[in-house]
Design a protein around this ligand. Structure first.
Ligand SMILES: NC(=O)c1ccc[n+]([C@@H]2O[C@H](COP(=O)([O-])OP(=O)(O)OC[C@H]3O[C@@H](n4cnc5c(N)ncnc54)[C@H](OP(=O)(O)O)[C@@H]3O)[C@@H](O)[C@H]2O)c1
Length: 159
Protein backbone atom coordinates (compact mmCIF):
# COMPACT_ATOMS: atom_id res chain seq x y z
CA UNK A 1 0.00 0.00 0.00
CA UNK A 2 1.12 3.53 -0.60
CA UNK A 3 -0.42 6.96 -0.53
CA UNK A 4 -0.59 8.90 -3.76
CA UNK A 5 -1.49 12.55 -3.32
CA UNK A 6 -4.06 14.03 -5.65
CA UNK A 7 -4.37 17.57 -4.40
CA UNK A 8 -6.52 18.65 -7.37
CA UNK A 9 -9.23 16.10 -6.60
CA UNK A 10 -11.48 17.88 -4.12
CA UNK A 11 -15.16 18.84 -3.87
CA UNK A 12 -15.91 22.30 -5.32
CA UNK A 13 -14.74 25.21 -3.15
CA UNK A 14 -18.19 26.81 -3.51
CA UNK A 15 -20.65 24.70 -1.48
CA UNK A 16 -23.50 25.68 -3.84
CA UNK A 17 -21.80 24.21 -6.93
CA UNK A 18 -23.47 21.03 -8.25
CA UNK A 19 -21.28 17.95 -8.31
CA UNK A 20 -21.48 14.98 -10.71
CA UNK A 21 -19.38 11.96 -9.74
CA UNK A 22 -18.64 8.95 -11.93
CA UNK A 23 -17.08 6.21 -9.84
CA UNK A 24 -17.44 2.60 -10.94
CA UNK A 25 -15.69 -0.14 -8.98
CA UNK A 26 -13.17 1.05 -6.43
CA UNK A 27 -13.53 4.52 -7.93
CA UNK A 28 -16.55 5.14 -5.71
CA UNK A 29 -14.47 5.37 -2.51
CA UNK A 30 -13.42 9.05 -2.63
CA UNK A 31 -16.95 10.08 -3.47
CA UNK A 32 -18.27 8.75 -0.18
CA UNK A 33 -15.80 11.13 1.46
CA UNK A 34 -16.83 13.97 -0.89
CA UNK A 35 -20.47 13.45 0.10
CA UNK A 36 -19.66 13.33 3.81
CA UNK A 37 -17.68 16.54 3.49
CA UNK A 38 -20.58 18.24 1.70
CA UNK A 39 -22.93 16.99 4.42
CA UNK A 40 -20.63 18.18 7.23
CA UNK A 41 -20.30 21.62 5.64
CA UNK A 42 -24.03 21.91 5.04
CA UNK A 43 -23.31 22.41 1.32
CA UNK A 44 -26.45 23.23 -0.65
CA UNK A 45 -25.23 22.15 -4.12
CA UNK A 46 -26.88 19.01 -5.51
CA UNK A 47 -24.83 15.82 -5.79
CA UNK A 48 -25.22 13.11 -8.45
CA UNK A 49 -23.36 9.80 -8.38
CA UNK A 50 -22.97 7.19 -11.10
CA UNK A 51 -21.79 3.86 -9.68
CA UNK A 52 -21.16 0.61 -11.53
CA UNK A 53 -19.97 -2.87 -10.68
CA UNK A 54 -20.58 -6.40 -11.86
CA UNK A 55 -23.46 -7.53 -9.65
CA UNK A 56 -25.79 -5.68 -7.29
CA UNK A 57 -26.00 -8.63 -4.90
CA UNK A 58 -22.26 -8.89 -4.16
CA UNK A 59 -20.59 -5.71 -5.48
CA UNK A 60 -22.68 -2.72 -4.40
CA UNK A 61 -19.90 -1.07 -2.37
CA UNK A 62 -21.00 1.38 0.34
CA UNK A 63 -24.63 0.61 -0.45
CA UNK A 64 -25.80 1.33 3.10
CA UNK A 65 -23.84 4.58 3.31
CA UNK A 66 -25.00 5.74 -0.09
CA UNK A 67 -28.65 4.98 0.58
CA UNK A 68 -28.39 6.76 3.94
CA UNK A 69 -26.83 9.79 2.23
CA UNK A 70 -29.64 9.68 -0.31
CA UNK A 71 -32.30 9.50 2.42
CA UNK A 72 -30.60 12.42 4.19
CA UNK A 73 -30.96 14.46 0.98
CA UNK A 74 -27.18 14.78 0.50
CA UNK A 75 -27.00 12.44 -2.48
CA UNK A 76 -29.58 13.96 -4.82
CA UNK A 77 -29.31 11.32 -7.54
CA UNK A 78 -27.84 7.83 -7.65
CA UNK A 79 -27.68 5.97 -10.96
CA UNK A 80 -26.26 2.46 -10.94
CA UNK A 81 -25.03 0.16 -13.70
CA UNK A 82 -24.56 -3.48 -12.73
CA UNK A 83 -22.80 -4.84 -15.78
CA UNK A 84 -23.49 -8.55 -15.31
CA UNK A 85 -27.00 -8.56 -13.87
CA UNK A 86 -28.42 -8.97 -17.37
CA UNK A 87 -27.40 -10.54 -20.65
CA UNK A 88 -25.87 -7.44 -22.23
CA UNK A 89 -23.43 -5.24 -20.34
CA UNK A 90 -24.56 -1.92 -18.93
CA UNK A 91 -21.87 0.56 -17.85
CA UNK A 92 -21.88 3.95 -16.13
CA UNK A 93 -21.50 5.74 -19.47
CA UNK A 94 -24.74 4.09 -20.68
CA UNK A 95 -26.51 5.64 -17.69
CA UNK A 96 -24.89 8.99 -18.48
CA UNK A 97 -26.19 8.81 -22.04
CA UNK A 98 -29.66 7.73 -20.85
CA UNK A 99 -29.82 10.86 -18.70
CA UNK A 100 -27.84 13.01 -21.11
CA UNK A 101 -30.28 15.92 -21.18
CA UNK A 102 -30.27 16.23 -17.41
CA UNK A 103 -26.52 15.78 -17.19
CA UNK A 104 -26.15 18.55 -19.73
CA UNK A 105 -28.45 20.79 -17.69
CA UNK A 106 -26.33 20.20 -14.57
CA UNK A 107 -23.15 21.05 -16.49
CA UNK A 108 -24.84 24.17 -17.83
CA UNK A 109 -25.62 25.05 -14.19
CA UNK A 110 -21.89 24.98 -13.46
CA UNK A 111 -21.54 21.41 -12.15
CA UNK A 112 -18.08 19.99 -11.59
CA UNK A 113 -17.62 16.54 -13.15
CA UNK A 114 -15.42 14.03 -11.32
CA UNK A 115 -14.26 10.66 -12.65
CA UNK A 116 -12.48 8.06 -10.53
CA UNK A 117 -11.47 4.45 -11.27
CA UNK A 118 -10.04 2.50 -14.16
CA UNK A 119 -7.90 4.67 -16.43
CA UNK A 120 -7.49 2.44 -19.43
CA UNK A 121 -11.05 1.71 -20.52
CA UNK A 122 -13.62 3.33 -18.27
CA UNK A 123 -12.18 6.87 -18.17
CA UNK A 124 -11.80 6.90 -21.96
CA UNK A 125 -15.35 5.65 -22.53
CA UNK A 126 -16.81 8.11 -20.01
CA UNK A 127 -14.94 10.89 -21.81
CA UNK A 128 -16.46 9.74 -25.11
CA UNK A 129 -19.95 9.74 -23.57
CA UNK A 130 -19.39 13.28 -22.28
CA UNK A 131 -18.35 14.41 -25.76
CA UNK A 132 -21.40 12.71 -27.30
CA UNK A 133 -23.71 14.45 -24.83
CA UNK A 134 -22.10 17.81 -25.61
CA UNK A 135 -22.47 17.21 -29.37
CA UNK A 136 -26.10 16.13 -28.95
CA UNK A 137 -26.78 19.49 -27.32
CA UNK A 138 -25.18 21.54 -30.06
CA UNK A 139 -21.73 22.11 -28.54
CA UNK A 140 -18.41 21.38 -30.18
CA UNK A 141 -17.22 18.39 -28.14
CA UNK A 142 -13.51 19.26 -28.20
CA UNK A 143 -14.10 22.91 -27.31
CA UNK A 144 -16.53 21.94 -24.57
CA UNK A 145 -14.18 19.46 -22.90
CA UNK A 146 -11.26 21.87 -23.27
CA UNK A 147 -13.24 24.64 -21.60
CA UNK A 148 -14.53 22.39 -18.83
CA UNK A 149 -10.95 21.29 -18.09
CA UNK A 150 -9.62 24.85 -18.23
CA UNK A 151 -12.25 25.87 -15.70
CA UNK A 152 -11.08 22.96 -13.50
CA UNK A 153 -14.56 21.48 -13.65
CA UNK A 154 -13.54 18.16 -15.23
CA UNK A 155 -11.38 16.39 -12.67
CA UNK A 156 -10.11 12.86 -12.83
CA UNK A 157 -8.31 10.53 -10.45
CA UNK A 158 -7.80 7.42 -12.55
CA UNK A 159 -5.42 4.48 -12.21
N1 LIG B 1 -9.65 -4.90 -8.79
C1 LIG B 1 -8.45 -5.41 -8.95
O1 LIG B 1 -8.19 -6.53 -8.54
C2 LIG B 1 -7.38 -4.61 -9.63
C3 LIG B 1 -6.11 -5.09 -9.64
C4 LIG B 1 -5.12 -4.33 -10.25
C5 LIG B 1 -5.43 -3.13 -10.84
N2 LIG B 1 -6.68 -2.67 -10.82
C6 LIG B 1 -6.97 -1.42 -11.45
O2 LIG B 1 -8.06 -0.79 -10.89
C7 LIG B 1 -9.02 -0.58 -11.91
C8 LIG B 1 -10.37 -0.57 -11.28
O3 LIG B 1 -10.74 -1.86 -10.89
P1 LIG B 1 -12.05 -2.10 -10.04
O4 LIG B 1 -11.93 -3.40 -9.33
O5 LIG B 1 -12.33 -0.89 -9.25
O6 LIG B 1 -13.23 -2.23 -11.06
P2 LIG B 1 -13.33 -2.27 -12.64
O7 LIG B 1 -12.46 -3.33 -13.18
O8 LIG B 1 -13.15 -0.88 -13.12
O9 LIG B 1 -14.87 -2.73 -12.81
C9 LIG B 1 -15.94 -1.96 -12.29
C10 LIG B 1 -17.10 -2.00 -13.26
O10 LIG B 1 -16.71 -1.33 -14.45
C11 LIG B 1 -17.12 -2.13 -15.55
N3 LIG B 1 -16.37 -1.81 -16.76
C12 LIG B 1 -15.57 -2.60 -17.51
N4 LIG B 1 -15.16 -1.95 -18.60
C13 LIG B 1 -15.74 -0.73 -18.56
C14 LIG B 1 -15.71 0.38 -19.43
N5 LIG B 1 -14.99 0.38 -20.56
N6 LIG B 1 -16.42 1.46 -19.09
C15 LIG B 1 -17.14 1.50 -17.94
N7 LIG B 1 -17.22 0.47 -17.09
C16 LIG B 1 -16.50 -0.64 -17.39
C17 LIG B 1 -16.95 -3.55 -15.05
O11 LIG B 1 -17.75 -4.40 -15.86
P3 LIG B 1 -17.30 -5.85 -16.41
O12 LIG B 1 -16.20 -6.34 -15.52
O13 LIG B 1 -18.55 -6.67 -16.28
O14 LIG B 1 -16.90 -5.65 -17.81
C18 LIG B 1 -17.51 -3.41 -13.65
O15 LIG B 1 -18.91 -3.49 -13.68
C19 LIG B 1 -8.73 -1.71 -12.87
O16 LIG B 1 -9.27 -1.53 -14.11
C20 LIG B 1 -7.24 -1.66 -12.88
O17 LIG B 1 -6.81 -0.58 -13.67
C21 LIG B 1 -7.67 -3.40 -10.22
Amino acid sequence: MFVQRSSHFRPPADPATPMIMVGPGTGVAPFVAFLRERQARGATGPNWLFFGEQRRETDFYYADELLALQNAGVLSRLDVAFSRDQRSKIYVQDRMREHGAQLWAWLRDGAHLYVCGDATRMARDVDLALRDIAAAHGADPDDFVKQLSAEKRYLRDVY
